[in-house]
Design a protein around this ligand. Sequence first.
Ligand SMILES: *[C@@H]1O[C@H](CO)[C@@H](O)[C@H](O)[C@H]1NC(C)=O
Ligand SMILES: *[C@@H]1O[C@H](CO)[C@@H](O)[C@H](O)[C@H]1NC(C)=O
Ligand SMILES: *[C@@H]1O[C@H](CO)[C@@H](O)[C@H](O)[C@H]1NC(C)=O
Length: 156
Amino acid sequence: MRCLMVLSLSLFLQEGQSDLLRDSVHVTSAAARPNNELWCYKCLAEVPEDKCADLRHNNSALIHKCHNDRRMCMVKRFSFTTSNENATTALKMWALERNCTKHCEPGCIVIGERTKLYACTSCCTTSLCNYGSGANGQFFNNVVILVGFISLSLYL
Ligand SMILES: *[C@@H]1O[C@H](CO)[C@@H](O)[C@H](O)[C@H]1NC(C)=O
Ligand SMILES: *[C@@H]1O[C@H](CO)[C@@H](O)[C@H](O)[C@H]1NC(C)=O
Ligand SMILES: *[C@@H]1O[C@H](CO)[C@@H](O)[C@H](O)[C@H]1NC(C)=O
């Protein structure tokens, strides 16, 4: 358990450091940036049936212009599994957000043991690129890597 906490802590610290790095780069280059011409899907789904979670239908109402330094589109998906000694349930979504964003850190953060919470983010930089479900190959690879690290640190 302690290993797990140290691990999550170091993950958050790493994220913080890269944010700091990017901030300093950002400040120096902001003046040289062209106008923000990016458009992203922007919405929040709290049930999987929401049209925000599944963009195959008419979704023109969800398209928004990005402003200022928000030069990336993102999808953030929150989901969970529960397990007992015999089985683990399939991944269930409980929220999904699409938005313009200034900082975007792709990948997943996983917390919990019997009930595992997953917060997975994907990022992209072209207009209307954030149509995905947030549950793509990269998502699963990252989860596998993270779970691998956690088991390793528990084992050591
Ligand atoms: C999008 O981001 C803005 C700024 O962070 C926030 O105020 C807004 O609530 C977000 N929209 C959605 C749908 O989550
Ligand atoms: C899609 O929805 C928008 C408003 O939400 C509407 O103005 C437009 O006509 C719709 N397009 C189609 C093809 O249904
Ligand atoms: C797990 O499986 C065992 C053996 O099949 C069963 O006796 C037990 O009740 C199960 N536990 C749960 C929480 O389902």
